[in-house]
Design a binder for this molecule. Structure first.
Ligand SMILES: C[S@@+](CC[C@H](N)C(=O)[O-])C[C@H]1O[C@@H](n2cnc3c(N)ncnc32)[C@H](O)[C@@H]1O
Length: 264
């Protein structure tokens, strides 16, 4: 399945039903707030959000931290919906661009933070991407990523079929951090947040079951079975230790003062 198929209009809206208005990522808006709290975010900080989805995290950064955010997303449907949501909320300081991050470019030092949640799982050559991120960041700038990862070696046949069918070229957690470091970043850390992901998946499954009729009325029985099956599979692959959820933080060497990373 290609990312374009996965994030069709119907695909995005049924994800949003699960994740909450404006969000396509786990644990929102708490996770965005927690990640932001790991850095000092001076007003006016320039953020690139790679795979910005419906823009929920970007609106929060702009509204609560006066950030200036550029959100990039692959699909026209997602970008259009994000722009509509921005108009409805009347939020300024955020702009959305449609494009594939692999083929976009900015001048060196255009951003102070590069942020990406549950998006890089779609992309095979992460090292080439991290080299571009390194160039686009200002000295002292931060890289903030949450993403799927995998255990070392082969996983169960269900897991291998899931990542193959989904087109997810996943890295091991430690290899992910080493790949970030090879692009020139310092202090690259990988945190294993798989236990939290299992809790989010279970709570989504409970919500799906409890509100099954409403979900099926809004979408369809086929959508319900599809999403439930994917969520159960992810939960089981995490429980077996094949699939991991990683939080990755790193800094571009240079200025110590902007933005400064705190420990989380
Ligand atoms: C799971 S969603 C996460 C959205 C958002 N980060 C959030 O947390 O709400 C992944 C997003 O990445 C986008 N995406 C996938 N591949 C991409 C690429 N090559 N370039 C830009 N965006 C991409 C998809 O269209 C989708 O909106």
């Amino acid at each position: 399945m290609s990312a374009e198929q996965q994030y069709s209009l119907n695909g995005i809206l049924r994800y949003e039903w699960i994740f909450g208005p404006g969000f396509l990522g786990y644990g929102e808006p708490d996770v965005t707030r927690e990640l932001i709290s790991s850095l000092d975010w001076p007003p006016g900080i320039r953020v690139l959000d790679v795979g910005s989805g419906l823009g929920g995290p970007d609106f929060l950064m702009a509204a609560e931290h006066q950030a200036r955010v550029t959100g990039v997303d692959l699909t026209e449907a997602t970008v259009q919906l994000a722009r509509e949501r921005q108009q409805e909320l009347g939020i300024s300081g955020v702009e959305f661009l449609q494009g594939d991050i692999r083929f976009l470019d900015w001048n060196p030092e255009s951003f102070d933070v590069i942020w990406s949640r549950e998006t890089l799982l779609h992309l095979p050559d992460k090292e080439a991407l991290f080299q571009k991120f390194f160039s686009w960041l200002s000295p002292g700038g931060s890289l903030v990523i949450t993403d799927y990862a995998r255990r070392p070696g082969r996983g169960s046949s269900e897991f291998e079929a899931y990542v193959q069918e989904s087109g997810y070229p996943l890295l091991e957690l430690d290899e992910y951090a080493r790949t970030i470091s090879r692009a020139g970043f310092s202090d690259a850390t990988a945190q294993d947040k798989s236990a939290e992901l299992i809790r989010y998946l279970e709570s989504h499954l409970n919500k799906l079951e409890k509100d099954k009729d409403a979900f099926c009325r809004r979408f369809s029985v086929e959508d319900y079975e599809y999403i439930k099956g994917r969520w159960q599979l992810k939960r089981d692959c995490c429980r077996q230790g094949d699939m991991k959820w990683g939080w990755f933080l790193a800094r571009k060497p240079g200025s110590e003062s902007f933005p400064v990373r705190k420990d989380i």
